[in-house]
Write a protein that binds this ligand. Structure first.
Ligand code: PGA
Length: 255
């Protein structure tokens, strides 16, 4: 644990993203195996972006080399871009399948992501059903998060209330700029998304936010040491009783 007394949420600093990913995957593996031994499911909240890639690589390794089965795993992803069909190469559906689901033995019916293609009229019902599906599954056991340079968790951009639920949200300009290279230009980046709310995320029994690299250092400091408010939605994690930040040394450099 980092010793800075200014930190208002537990911080663990690792030598590399791979070391952090290994430690986190070990925690997931323990949860999945202990639930399986009781004949129960493990309900995991998953994230997209470049940050969780080493974590997913380690989960795949555990599946292939250490017999970790995902047959009792139920997943809920944080968000999806509005307007992107599943087969779009930048959809989070596609991301999750190519970076994790296609390589493990998870059951298709246990995978949940918000839809990028529901009509505007259908969005409120779709979001309410997503919330209900999480409740029906028994709630989120363990949620992983990245953090955007706006401080967002999921796509909860500045101004997202602490009690917000799954809903449509307009993407911040900074978020769209960060996504522009993947979309070959900002004009191709969707302008909105469906995201779990801050309130949805905070219902998870255990949360780990991961961040790597120096370009996250300033926003990590805001989230870990700054005031709790909706300008930086990750700051709400300070008020959760089992949330931790897993950082590499550059991401922790401003603490
Ligand atoms: P990144 O995105 O993992 O690609 O840095 C994080 C986020 O926006 O939540």
């Amino acid at each position: 644990m980092s010793s800075s007394s200014a930190n208002k949420v537990p911080v663990v600093v690792f030598d590399s993203p791979q070391a952090a990913a290994k430690a986190l995957a070990a925690e997931f593996s323990e949860l999945i195996r202990s639930r399986a031994s009781e004949g129960k499911t493990a309900v995991l909240g998953l994230a997209t972006g470049s940050t969780p890639l080493p974590f997913y690589a380690e989960l795949i390794r555990l599946h292939k080399e250490e017999e970790l089965s995902f047959q009792n795993v139920v997943t809920f992803n944080l968000d999806e871009y509005a307007g992107l069909p599943r087969e779009h190469k930048e959809s989070y559906w596609h991301f999750m399948h190519s970076n994790l689901f296609d390589h493990v033995d998870i059951l298709a019916e246990n995978i949940h992501l918000p839809s990028g293609t529901v009509t505007e009229a259908e969005i409120p019902t779709h979001c309410a059903e997503y919330e209900q599906a999480i409740v029906d599954a028994g709630g989120l056991d363990f949620q992983i998060l990245g953090i955007g340079r706006t401080g967002h968790i999921g796509f909860n951009e500045p101004g997202s209330p602490k009690n917000s639920l799954t809903r449509a949200i307009e993407l911040d300009q900074i978020t769209r700029e960060d996504a522009a290279p993947a979309f070959d230009g900002i004009e191709n980046v969707p302008t909105s998304a469906i995201t779990m709310g801050c309130g949805t995320i905070l219902t998870a029994r255990k949360i780990v936010l991961m961040a790597w690299g120096e370009n996250k250092a300033a926003i990590v400091k805001e989230a870990v040491q700054g005031p709790v408010n909706d300008i930086v939605s990750a700051s709400f994690l300070q008020e959760h009783d089992d949330a931790r930040f897993f950082l590499d040394t550059p991401a922790a450099s401003a603490l």
